[in-house]
Write a protein of this length. Structure first.
Lengths: 242, 265
């Protein structure tokens, strides 16, 4: 635990996305090693969520996404995803129901599988969310929901973890806990992480690399380098980072 | 009342089809598809009209074929996000009704088909009950095999794709099943109110359920109870069965709604 194997990496090469006649993304290249966190920033409409959707195969794109580990090149990559929002309004779905829906084939509407229930509970415990297993998903606080979604995205542990603005609208304490957990996952589970976020204070503390998008990559590098660039200051203002 | 064959047929049909409506309705409500299924019901008018043009005596097949094409096309155009969902569904729905009515009203023949608007459960024959029973088994198997995946898709489709769920394929399979169930039941429930039978039991169940198992159980129970009570009351009161079923389902909805309100206060 805590060691980077240093051999596996995800290569995102020349990703371009065109919707109708409009080019949303052009030639995006990202190279992520396991145990590294890359944060994507950019103004609204810069193509951040489109890039994540391209990596997830949800929007048509050109270019390639390859995963390589020490045994093989071009393996099918296992991706974990933490979405921005869920359609759970008024739903009677519990945390167990939701996670079971994504991870098991035993029909959730018919019975509760004891084995599956215990397995989910054990996994939730790693995220401090064990007591939430029977709670309705729509009753969870923002911080609780993010812990549950992180647990879901890591069942099973993926090669690449993708997070789309996971902590927007969560209080400072919740954010702190969330970033610590992500950092722990990155180090202990050797995950490659791509996150869209605008919590510059936390990005500075936890990210290994930052990529700034505006239809294409306009800045990339260590957080401090990107944050001191002209592009960053023009977009977010010089006071964005305290 | 069970000494009459038509009443026995009607009861069998209700006992087969109402659990299906309760079951499938849970996912329609989860996915906020009430408007979609309503429009699907309206498409039956065109299906019936096409059947009439082709000169068939039983338009069920033409209704099913048209509804399946209608549902898949509507879903596809809806996905392209060129306009908001409710606008596209409205356009499809009104076009289907208009085309159907134009064809059916030709030569002043519309009254012949007006039964489809409010339905007539007493007209059901044993071969139709058997067809519904076979479809019920297919739906049940589909639910056992794919419910978890449908649930995952309803929560977040991108998340479902990240777990390697074939979202598009399952989505189409689901709407085809809904189209078939709706078309097979239109004749006895009626175009005007069929959607209420799909939505009300699940919506009522949502008001009082604490998990997915309760959600399904109550939805199926509410649907079956509304169906049986509706049949009995309509028989003795000599009123249309479909609307009576819907009124009972609505009473259950309001009762559970106030129950929920009371428990929240």
């Amino acid at each position: 635990m805590g060691l980077h194997c240093g051999f596996c990496c995800t290569k995102i090469r020349n990703i371009s996305v065109q919707i109708g006649k409009k080019e949303i993304l052009k030639d995006v290249n990202i190279h992520i090693h396991c145990g590294h966190m890359t944060v994507i920033i950019g103004k609204n409409g810069a193509g951040k969520s489109t890039l994540l959707k391209a990596i997830l195969g949800e929007v048509k794109h050109t270019g390639e996404i390859r995963f390589k580990n020490k045994d093989a090149d071009g393996q099918k990559i296992r991706i974990g995803y933490v979405p921005q929002k869920l359609n759970v309004e008024n739903s009677p779905m519990t945390v167990y129901d939701m996670i079971s829906g994504y991870t098991s084939n035993r029909p959730v509407f018919l019975f509760k599988s004891k084995k599956n229930y215990n397995e989910i509970k054990r996994h939730l415990k790693d995220f401090g969310a064990e007591e939430l297993i029977d709670s309705k998903v729509n009753r969870l606080s923002g911080g609780e929901l993010q812990r549950v979604l992180l647990a879901l995205a890591t069942m099973p542990y993926p090669d690449l973890l993708i997070l789309d603005e996971p902590v927007s609208g969560i209080d400072k304490n919740g954010k702190e806990q969330f970033y610590k957990k992500i950092d722990e996952l990155k180090k202990n589970r050797d995950l490659a992480i791509i996150m869209v976020s605008h919590d510059f204070e936390y990005i500075k503390q936890y990210a290994d690399d930052v990529i700034m998008l505006d239809g294409k990559v306009i800045e990339k590098g260590k957080p401090n380098d990107v944050f001191s660039s002209k592009n960053f200051k023009d977009t977010f203002g010089g006071e964005a980072i305290c | 009342m069970l000494e009459y064959e038509f009443m026995r047929n009607a009861l069998f049909a209700i006992l087969t089809v109402t659990p299906l409506f309760g079951l499938v309705g849970t996912m329609i409500v989860n996915n906020k598809m009430a408007f979609f299924s309503d429009s699907l019901g309206h498409s039956a008018i065109t299906g019936i009209a096409i059947g009439a043009l082709l000169g068939v005596t039983n338009p069920t097949i033409s209704m099913i074929i048209f509804a399946v094409i209608f549902a898949i096309l509507l879903n596809k155009i809806n996905d392209s996000k060129t306009s908001s969902s409710d606008t596209i569904i409205s356009v499809f729905s009104s076009t289907a009704i208009a085309i159907g009515l134009v064809i059916l009203s030709k030569n002043g023949n519309f009254t012949k088909f007006s039964n489809y608007l409010i339905g007539d459960i007493l007209s059901i024959v044993p071969s139709e009950v058997i067809t519904i029973f076979v479809v019920a088994i297919i739906v049940l198997l589909f639910w056992l095999l794919f419910f978890n995946k449908l649930l995952a898709m309803s929560v977040n489709t991108t998340l479902a794709k990240s777990k390697n769920i074939k979202v598009k394929l399952l989505e189409n399979m689901f709407i085809i099943l809904v189209a078939v169930i709706v078309m097979l039941s239109i004749k006895w429930v009626g175009v005007l109110i069929i959607n209420a039978l799909l939505i009300l039991p699940a919506a009522s169940s949502r008001n009082i359920s604490k998990n997915m198992r309760q959600y399904h159980l109550w939805s199926v129970l509410f649907s079956v109870i509304s169906g049986i009570l509706g049949l009995i009351i309509s028989y003795y009161q000599r009123i249309a069965t479909g609307p009576t079923i819907v009124i009972i389902a609505s009473i259950i909805f309001f009762a559970t709604y106030f129950l929920r309100k009371a428990s929240e206060d």
